[in-house]
Design a protein around this ligand. Sequence first.
Ligand code: URA
Ligand code: URA
Length: 255
Amino acid sequence: MSNDPLQDIIEDAKKLVQAAAHPRKGTLSLSPETAARLENLSAVAKEVRAEAAMEPIAAAPVSVDPIERLKILAETVRQCQQCDLCEGRSQTVFAQGSPTADLVFVGEAPGEEEDRQGLPFVGPSGQLLTDIITKGMKMKREDVYICNVIKCRPPNNRDPLPEEKDACEPYLLQQLDYVQPKVICALGGHAAKTLLKTDASTGSLRGKWHFYHGIPLRVTYHPAYLLRSPSEKAKTWADIQEVMKVLSGEISPTP
Ligand code: URA
Ligand code: URA
């Protein structure tokens, strides 16, 4: 027994379920996802209550591993039915790359190939994004974190509806909170408008530093737009070079 009744209840419940799920003697069978969640329950509860008590994050004792929290979030997204896009998806597209990345790219929504593979930016725009990362930035794709505002493919790649963006946005915000990158690159209008809460055009937002919860954010054109308007690639390259300056420590933009 600890001096924390809620923690005791959670521990007791966890033991009961774990005993019931014993591989030979048990009567329950748990999916690996549920088992992982159960394993994390006490830690998550602790953190949730620390947050509820408005303790500053930095002063919280041991916070739950953000990588674990991302896994739990991915599982929540996998089962999400908050909007109608869940009906048409083959699968959700949560993210790809390093959960400890210094750089996060945020796109719009999965397309056909992304929906098929369950991974972001693996179709034609993805090829261009990969070239930007590997040939332009001389980085590895697996060393950045890539995600979208919307986690399910809109039918025929139509623009996401406002209610779809509202339903999905909390997932993106949590992803950014867990990854805590040094810099965010918003690809195109949907990402920029969602993160910056503005209606301004991509063209007017690019070319300068913005901040998302204190994290420097650069807006640039969406790779799909660049495929249609290749003459704009130079501007994206200029934006990307600014992003690289933050990564190398050459500049540290402040709000
Ligand atoms: N376009 C996007 O915005 N995201 C993807 O994942 C693929 C294409
Ligand atoms: N408009 C957008 O929304 N995105 C782009 O990348 C370019 C124009």
